[in-house]
Design a protein around this ligand. Structure first.
Ligand code: ZN
Length: 370
């Protein structure tokens, strides 16, 4: 769950003012009214349009929409967060100074990175710069890479959408999966919202992109013996998110062109995004990076009350390759080492399974029954 705050909503049909809660999730601005399950509006950040308004009020509409629905935000912190998330929204006045400062900072970063790259090479420069990338910039990069990656995954069941959990027979599974992810996200306390999606890919795999976008492949859920195994893999991927491994990989892959795109505030649709997405989908991390994500995953599972050893069980079963590009054979010492490390470090499960039996049975059907 991202930032939230209060605002005013006009539905465009009547002149009634609705006092609402505005929630900023990974993809969209969500308008909720107290006591109502269904949001009044879900507006993707890219489709937000800023409408003329008095000073101190951010007034938004949905681009290209026929009705006159409007959202008004007076809370400057919330308005700033929306500005950071949405490319089309750029509040004039007080933000022009801020965006000028952003450009100066990024020009300096670009210059510093040129020097770093000239002296030490791209991988070093990417490693040194990744911690300096603002989270708002990582989220924008994440949105662009995520869109690109979705076109690159390839759907193993083209008669259905790439994303599982969307049809009516898959909804129950999606709800159970949502509960599992929410439990992990609550203890992970990431600086950005997490978005975990199951997709129709037959490999037993998972991948974390920049900006908190995690994909779990159907094949992994098929191979899992219990919910803790699925949770363990997701906890490991959340480790990559927390350590910003995907962002560093994209910086390494797309290098200079990406950096300049960032300075100019435009990395959507650029060639750098294509290269960046390809790199992050094909990469294999070093042993050190994997070990750090394993340690994070163990810790997270223990805090969430799950069985931290379940990651070792599933790694052992699927030959240690839970990420694209990570081609390790069952008998490879690296896999045995990881499994042994997890078994040595993680405490045995303390309580009940991370999902109850009926939720686990439901989760198994997130990509349909059969
Ligand atoms: Zn990993």
């Amino acid at each position: 769950m991202g930032a939230s705050g209060s605002g005013i909503f006009f539905d465009g049909k009547s002149s009634e003012r609705h006092v609402v809660t505005i929630v900023l999730d990974g993809q969209a601005l969500i308008v909720k009214q107290e006591g109502q399950e269904t949001p009044l509006a879900v507006w993707p950040y890219d489709a937000l349009e800023q409408v003329t308004s008095p000073d101190g009020v951010l007034r938004l509409a949905l681009h290209g929409s026929a009705d006159l629905a409007r959202v008004e935000v007076r809370d400057p912190t919330l308005a700033g967060a929306i500005d950071d998330l949405s490319i089309p929204v750029d509040r004039s006045g007080m933000t022009s100074r801020r965006s000028r400062r952003k450009v100066v900072v990024w020009s300096m970063a670009a210059m510093a990175s040129l020097l770093l790259m000239a002296v030490f090479g791209v991988p070093y420069a990417a490693t040194a710069l990744t911690p300096l990338v603002p989270y708002a910039a990582e989220m924008k990069l994440g949105q662009a890479v995520d869109r690109q990656a979705r076109t690159m995954f390839g759907n193993d069941d083209p008669s259905k959408p790439l994303e599982c959990g969307t049809s009516s027979e898959e909804k129950v599974g999606a709800a159970a999966f949502g509960r599992l992810v929410a439990r992990l996200e609550a203890v992970a306390a990431l600086p950005m919202p997490l978005s975990v999606t199951v997709i129709r890919k037959n490999d037993a795999n998972a991948v974390a992109l920049p900006g908190g976008h995690v994909y779990v492949f159907k094949g992994l859920i098929d191979k899992a013996k219990n919910a803790d195994e699925v949770a363990g893999v997701i906890a490991h991927e959340i480790g990559h998110v927390a350590h910003r491994d995907g962002t560093r990989t994209v910086l390494q892959g797309a290098g200079l062109s990406f950096l300049f795109g960032m300075v100019l505030g435009d990395f959507v649709g650029g060639g750098a995004v294509v290269i960046g997405a390809k790199t992050v989908l094909q990469m294999s991390y070093s042993r050190e990076v994997e070990a750090a994500a394993d340690r994070y995953g163990i810790d997270l599972m223990q805090k969430a009350g799950g069985d931290a050893r379940a990651l070792a069980s599933i790694l052992d079963r699927i030959a240690g390759a839970i990420e694209p590009g990570f081609k390790v054979l069952l008998n490879h010492p690296a896999t045995k080492e990881r499994v042994a490390f997890i078994m040595r470090t993680a405490r045995p499960a303390a309580g009940a399974a991370i999902l109850d039996a009926s939720d686990w049975a439901a989760l198994k059907t997130i990509c349909g029954k059969g």
